[in-house]
Design a protein around this ligand. Sequence first.
Ligand code: MTE
Length: 308
Amino acid sequence: MRKIKSSEITPEHLYLSRRRFLISAGALVASTMLFGACRPGSPETPDLQPPSPGTDELGDKITPYKDITHYNNFYEFSLQKEDVADLAKNFKTSPWTVTVGGLVRQPQTFDIDDLRRRFPAEERIYRLRCVEAWSMVIPWEGFPLAKLLEMVEPKAEAKYVRFESLYDPKQMPMRDIPFEWPYVEGLRLDEARHNLTLLATGIYGKSLLPQNGAPLRLVVPWKYGYKSIKSIVKIDLVAEMPLSFWVKQSAEEYGFYANINPEVPHPRWSQASERRIGEAKRRATLLFNSYDKEVTNLYQGMDLSNFF
Ligand code: MTE
């Protein structure tokens, strides 16, 4: 099976390249089963009302629940955003544990229900901007990652946080695609402790659905969406910068920092504007996704075009 070229792994450009890949890999029969006749019917999604006031702090409308839950990047299930909800609907998210360790004084394995009891959910309405240049406004529920980190007491040598998603080939159909699983992400420790950095457990007042990263996913609203790793099972405090999933696939195209920046184009497209799901006209992309007042100080003295 050939290795996927970096030019093929960018989602919005993937439809044709996925077909090429499937044909050349001789996997057409399997793909018909996954994407064709044997696909289960579309799960029912309630038509939920957005929480009041229905906008974020900039006055931008909250994205409909149906769009948030049916237009997903979760490659362990599918490269096709519209197929993830169906393919993930039987994903088992209970029981679930998250192991937090590495350079900490109090390593611990937490049960998800215990975590939810310990840290009552707060609502945070954030813009999510994908590296592919689409965006949504999502009313998350969750708790600051900083609270969990405090519990395990990071040692002085800890400089970064490394996150790992569950990878269970029995439940996740993308096992035949030669990405290097599991999905891994990382943050610098000060980014991880920032008050905006959330561990999300819900959307629209309901528990996360599998397609959105149930039962626990990261949300870092000033960074491209690929940093917001889903279905986390492991968190480690480490001394060196973790090698994250997309950097591993294509380091020229996807950086560790992934700070949203209209002035730093992706090598194959501009990042100056974005398509807000539900809107006809493109809108300008704003530095740090408009969270600049809160986060600019994290990057003092760094050349943002070099540390992309
Ligand atoms: N986490 C895992 N484990 N696998 C993935 O494929 N995709 C990322 C991120 N987290 C991804 C992931 C990308 S590229 C984006 S844009 C967001 O999840 C999408 O989140 P959403 O589907 O809830 O909108």
